[in-house]
Design a protein around this ligand. Structure first.
Ligand SMILES: *Cc1c(COP(=O)(O)O)cnc(C)c1O
Length: 470
């Protein structure tokens, strides 16, 4: 454990600057693909249904990111400049939740890896920074993207500002109207923010002609950003989750955490995280799954999703589009159908119809399990967390906290002192309206696990997924 002195042991004076522990930031990202017993099914061209070749993606993504997307290297070097920027908030703390343990009267030892200290307040800058860096290296002038509640848009806006890139963000209309602070953050970092659907793209105009007051969805916003990126050669698209290279960048979380747990002499029995597109979960767990495949440890790996958007637990494993308009490649993933529009729950980052293809594949291989929890239980858990550990969680990781509390209560009953590790992927300082609703008693669960309504809704949206010939 860290020695106590006048300065924390990781600080050293150099002029007036305190350096953080860049030597403790991993030098490489971990690519799990070559270690898996079976290869993930390839993405397919949306028109021909033929396996994608890297060139198909080049109008859309930076060259180096495409290479990472299809890479067979187990470890990929993190550029020095990216490590230097990571050091603004990395390494991130691994904290034992002793006060929460005490509240729950559990013999379990609960640890959380906290990503909320990043400039944008979540894990997302871990991928935004390298994505912006590679684009800048390749002479790209402008990056475009979509955002839901605004976490990813903020992260890319922040990263773009560091490298002088123009950044344009299509934000889901409902959040654009309800959450002005995230938009203002993006603008403070120099980005231009449009609401989605917008009149600026064909995809947006089409939706608006059908429903002028459409609240939008992530799938629609992706269609808009992709359309803009493909129209201009100086512009590329960036995605904040789902794709292999995004999951890859996030493994910096798990690699750091493996070392931190080792230093504490702990081995996790259960690892829990929330899944929207799967990136924070993959980021923490992939390095642990590697150790599990090597037979060194044997933790249960558990993903938690909202009952209102249950892609892993209620979706099907099939080829589907990543966006609503059907412009992206087809990816084999757990999906609720690309035109599934989830209830307006507060965990905006978990309202995506699909799951990362790589994580879906790993789920099929049996390396992990999944469950769905309704949002009121999540907010109740979040208050317990905030009132013991201090941090007010973003609505997304409240799902992980609720599952951790369930596990810790089981430990109380069985007397087992399991080590529970949780991905605590962001703070909720800009999501206090949802806490207000919970505290006022007006936050409701519209969807219950496996209810007839959700089954019917999923059945109806699954009927429009593309029929891919075998
Ligand atoms: C975006 C976001 C998520 C969901 O995305 P994943 O790719 O599943 O991690 C979860 N939590 C927070 C705080 C987010 O910003």
């Amino acid at each position: 454990m860290a020695r106590r002195g006048l300065l924390p042991s990781h600080c050293s004076w150099a002029g007036n600057k305190i350096h953080s522990r860049t030597d403790e930031i991993p030098r490489q990202w971990y690519n799990i693909v070559p270690d898996l017993p079976a290869r993930p099914p390839p993405p397919l061209h949306p028109k021909t249904f033929k396996p994608l070749v890297p060139g198909d993606l080049s109008p859309l993504l930076a060259r180096e990111l495409i290479m990472q997307e299809v890479s067979d290297e187990r470890f990929i070097d993190i550029p020095d400049e990216v490590i230097d920027i990571y050091s603004l908030w990395r390494p991130t703390p691994l904290i034992r939740a002793r006060r929460l343990e005490k509240l729950l009267d559990t013999p379990a030892r609960i640890y959380y890896k906290y990503e909320g200290n990043s400039p944008a307040g979540s894990h997302k800058p871990n991928s935004a920074v390298p994505q912006a860096w590679y684009n800048a290296q390749e002479g790209i002038r402008r990056v475009v993207t979509e955002t839901g509640a605004g976490q990813w848009g903020c992260s890319l806006a922040f990263a773009s500002s560091l490298f002088g890139l123009d950044c344009e963000v299509w934000q889901v209309r409902a959040s654009y109207d309800q959450k002005p602070y995230r938009k203002l953050m993006m603008e403070t970092w120099g980005a231009k923010v449009h609401h989605s659907p917008s009149i600026l793209t064909e995809a947006g105009r089409k939706i608006l002609s059908q429903d002028p007051s459409s609240p939008g969805s992530l799938g629609i916003a992706i269609s808009e950003a992709v359309e803009v990126a493909t129209a201009r050669s100086d512009t590329k698209y960036c995605l904040g989750s789902v794709l292999n290279h995004v999951l890859l960048h996030q493994t910096v979380i798990g690699e750091e955490c493996l070392k931190q747990l080792e230093e504490m002499g702990e081995t996790p029995d259960v690892i829990i995280g929330c899944t929207g597109g799967g990136s924070n979960f993959a980021g923490l767990t992939f390095p642990f799954i590697r150790e599990k495949m090597e037979g060194k440890i044997n933790p249960v790996i558990r993903a938690v999703e909202p009952t209102a958007c249950p892609s892993l637990t209620r979706g099907i494993y099939a080829y589907d589009f990543g966006d609503t308009a059907g412009m992206t490649p087809l990816m084999k993933m757990h999906t609720l159908g690309h035109d599934f529009i989830p209830d307006p729950i507060h965990a905006g980052g978990l309202r995506y119809h699909g799951m990362a293809p790589l994580l879906s594949h790993i789920y099929e291989l049996g390396f992990m399990e999944a469950l769905a929890i309704p949002q009121t239980e999540c907010f109740e858990a979040a208050l317990s967390f905030a009132r013991t550990q201090g941090v007010i969680p973003a609505p997304e990781p409240t799902h992980a906290i609720a599952a951790v509390i369930r596990e810790a209560k089981l430990c109380r009953e069985s007397g087992e002192s399991k080590v529970i590790l949780m991905a605590m992927c962001g703070h909720g300082h800009f999501d206090l309206t949802s806490y207000d609703k919970y505290l006022q008693g007006t936050l409701k669960d519209l969807t219950f696990d496996g209810s007839l309504e959700i089954q019917e809704k999923v059945r109806s949206s699954l009927s429009s997924i593309p029929q891919v010939p075998r």
